[in-house]
Ligand binder design. Structure first.
Ligand SMILES: C[S@@+](CC[C@H](N)C(=O)[O-])C[C@H]1O[C@@H](n2cnc3c(N)ncnc32)[C@H](O)[C@@H]1O
Length: 480
């Protein structure tokens, strides 16, 4: 049975998520790999010089094999695993079977293998609905974590179906204190499916190997944000914000007179006033009704040069005789400072929707090859938040290889030296699909072709990738 255990008095149970097969899933991360990586130079580009890797095979095996060379080396992992919608396949991790059995399954996705097993459409009516997904994810996340370096971060795209379970297993594997956030993303703008709501968002869960080693995230300055800085003075473009904000709690040294350009004085709304009517003369607020400026008197004296006075018929500020003033007071903040300091990203994204993922494939001439591509812009945003321009970037549910595109484009833009590692099953494309009919029989083939086209598009003559396959691929095809 699945469940969430909580320790109660006298109970030996530990708090945590349990499910059928959890111990086996935990052990699965520790059992040695049963395959090796076979180089495929004929499918690779610039084999001798590149550090980028494309691995075709099951990611559980691949993650085990990568431990030797990449343990604690990876700067960023982005994954977009099956959301468990009931329509995506969950490949059965049955650890009694060999890799060859496993690959036979994946190469015959529409047929049962000799033992009658097939990859599951994990439908919600199945009693094993969450269990199968958890058994698949747990060992992979455990192995993924051990590849991260101290300042490394994993970003995991996920839908509503498994968000809660994913968060609980990540809390267990990474530690709750290493959860950096959960970002909601608008995935589609038009959707009419769903019973009570039209689902249009997903999430990106963010965990660090060691949160204290990750610098605060900084956002990109978007054109819409820069457009706010429409005014200009000798220092540059600036925007303004009111020095009085109604929501501020009263503080002792924030209620004082300010002298306006015509020699009149203003103060926020309230009932007590400084005895002397003079610039910066202050009074202690007596109650919550005595409102205050955003700046202390000291800050005001130091930064008066940043004030902007605007005449306004709706100013809430008071004059010494208690009437409403014609002046309102604002402070300047400069675009240059915001560009330098950056801004903390909000934990929602509304400008990297799925249609950008489709458009990216279309630009590469791969329209209709792959339905579930995420936008490269999403991954580039995550890379920007994390900062840095070198290191290993990994996606072990690579699909069409969007992460590689994001890495290559980001390197081209900022001269960075990031390398990528992608892992993707040779999951067969349906025989009647555009991809299969265009000569790309598996998703791994689409992924490889996409990376090749991105490099060509960027004019990246020196770039390349090494392709490896799990050694059992050939024997998986035996008996076909
Ligand atoms: C939702 S898609 C990822 C899409 C990708 N983010 C993109 O933008 O193209 C998930 C992918 O994981 C792959 N996958 C599922 N199980 C896997 C496994 N055990 N090992 C490797 N890849 C797997 C599936 O074949 C599928 O292509």
């Amino acid at each position: 049975m699945n469940g969430l255990n909580g320790a109660t008095n006298g109970s030996p149970m530990r708090y945590g998520l349990t499910w059928n097969g959890k111990s086996r899933a935990r052990r699965a991360a520790h059992t040695p790999a049963r395959s090796t990586l076979v180089p495929c130079p004929e499918k690779s580009v610039n084999w001798d010089t590149t550090r980028n890797l494309l691995i075709e095979g099951d990611n559980l095996e691949a993650l085990k094999l990568l431990q030797e060379s990449y343990r604690r080396k990876v700067r960023m992992i982005y994954i977009d695993p099956p959301y468990n919608t009931g329509k995506d396949f969950i490949y059965p991790d049955d650890f009694r079977y060999s890799v060859a059995d496993y690959l036979r399954l994946t190469c015959q996705a529409d047929r049962a293998d000799q033992s009658g097993r097939r990859p599951m459409m994990n439908v919600e009516t199945s009693g094993r609905y969450h269990t199968d997904w958890l058994n698949m994810m747990y060992p992979r996340l455990k192995l993924g974590r051990s590849l991260l370096r101290d300042g490394g971060v994993i970003f995991i795209s996920i839908g509503d179906q498994e968000l809660a379970n994913l968060r609980l297993i990540c809390n267990e594997l990474f530690g709750e204190g290493n959860c950096l956030g959960c970002v909601a993303r608008v995935a589609k703008r038009t959707s009419n499916k769903g019973t009570h709501f039209a689902p249009s968002k997903d999430y990106v869960l963010v965990y660090a190997r060691r949160a204290e080693c990750v610098a605060p995230f900084m956002d990109v300055v978007r054109p819409s944000y820069a457009a706010r800085f429409a005014q200009e003075d000798e220092r540059g473009h600036y925007a303004t914000v009111g020095l009085y904000q109604a929501a501020l709690d009263p503080r002792p040294n924030q209620r004082y007179w300010i002298e306006c350009p015509d020699g009149s004085f203003v103060i926020p709304p309230g009932e007590v006033f400084p005895e002397e009517v003079a610039d910066a003369a202050q009074v202690r607020p007596a109650s919550r009704r005595d409102r205050v400026w955003r700046w202390s008197r000291q800050s005001y004296l130091e930064k008066r040069h940043l004030l902007v006075f605007k005449e306004s018929a709706r100013s809430p500020l008071l004059t010494p005789d208690g009437s409403l003033s014609k002046w309102n007071v604002y402070t300047k903040y400069y675009l240059e400072d915001r560009l330098k300091d950056g801004t903390r990203p909000r934990d929602y994204l509304d400008d990297v929707t799925n249609d950008l993922g489709t458009a990216a494939l279309k630009r590469l001439g791969l329209d209709d090859f792959f339905e579930f591509a995420k936008p490269p812009e999403l991954m580039r945003r995550l890379m920007h938040w994390l900062g840095g321009d070198e290191g290993v970037y990994m996606d072990f549910f690579a699909g069409s290889g969007t992460l590689a595109q994001a890495v290559l484009e980001q390197n081209a833009e900022d001269g960075g030296n990031r390398q990528f590692i992608l892992v993707q099953l040779p999951e067969p494309c349906p025989e009647d699909s555009v991809a299969a009919q265009s000569g790309y029989p598996t998703i791994a083939d689409i992924c490889r072709e996409r990376v090749r086209r991105v490099m060509a598009g960027l004019g990246d003559q020196d770039g390349g990738f090494k392709v490896f396959k799990l050694d059992a691929t050939d024997c998986a095809m035996e008996g076909d």
